[in-house]
Design a protein around this ligand. Structure first.
Ligand SMILES: CSCCC(=O)C(=O)COP(=O)(O)O
Ligand SMILES: [Mg+2]
Length: 242
């Protein structure tokens, strides 16, 4: 029996990759773009204060990996090429790392602004955003991508600027998507009971955490997703009946 959804939500909280946007766009376009441009970007921007913060986060993550005995590429203390090697490694293993995601957002910024990047949305996304907004529901995003990356993605989509429909954005600076506490913090920040929030994602571990926090949940099955096993969660193939 499927669980988690009774369609009584006032707020809809959406994941991005595998829910609003094809996995193929993230893995086939965004990640290679960041991979290809990170060396140039760091060479030009490594002294910027926010880039320095990202590099410090990445360095801490690197030290933790080393302490845990994980296999990581060599990174001498201040070397850009070492940082680039580690960043390439994190992209290759799809680590949902706050430092990596923050840096990726900054790299994608230029690509979106000059028109090289245009984000892809599933065909039912914009009509659903319009329908939910008309029905008085508020829409929020919770993605591993940084808030900056989320805003860029919805502003520069192939179907136009969708940020007008979105009331707020949350990333892993709120907490891991697999921890119930993150969903409690999001409900607090929105100022609504978790039971009034419907969270939609393609990752059941995220739905389990949201459910523990009291949210309603739906599993997203989209073409190209990593898994279509809903593990008992109510599932959808698009937003048409949500
Ligand atoms: C904000 S677009 C890039 C998304 C991203 O970097 C990612 O890892 C996708 O994670 P999600 O939590 O949206 O599945
Ligand atoms: Mg996802």
């Amino acid at each position: 029996m499927s669980t988690g959804y009774s369609n009584t939500a006032d707020v809809i909280l959406l994941d991005i990759e595998g829910t609003t946007t094809p996995v193929d766009y993230v893995f086939g376009v965004l990640f290679p773009f960041a991979r290809d441009y990170v060396a140039d970007f760091l060479t030009t921007h490594q002294q910027d204060a926010q880039v320095q913060t990202d590099l410090q986060w990445l360095r801490q993550e690197y030290e933790t990996d080393l302490a845990q005995g994980l296999s990581v590429p060599d990174w001498q203390e201040t070397e850009v090429t070492g940082a680039v090697r580690y960043i390439h490694h994190l992209i290759a293993i799809d680590r949902k790392s706050t430092g990596l995601k923050s840096l990726q957002g900054k790299i994608w910024d230029q690509g979106y602004r000059d028109g090289t990047l245009r984000s892809q949305m599933f065909a039912d996304v914009k009509p659903a955003f319009e329908r939910w907004t008309t029905a008085g529901k508020r829409l929020f995003i919770f993605s591993s991508g940084s808030v900056q990356a989320q805003q860029l993605l919805f502003r520069h989509s192939e179907v136009g600027d969708l940020t007008v429909f979105i009331s707020g954005y949350f990333d892993t600076q709120t907490g891991s998507k697999k921890e119930a506490e993150s969903y409690r913090k999001i409900a607090d920040a929105i100022g609504i009971a978790p039971e009034k929030i419907l969270f939609i994602s393609d990752v059941t571990a995220e739905l389990k955490a949201a459910q523990v926090a009291g949210m309603q949940t739906l599993f997203s099955i989209r073409l190209g997703n990593h898994s279509s096993d809903s593990e008992g969660f109510a599932a959808i193939h698009n937003f048409d009946n949500v």
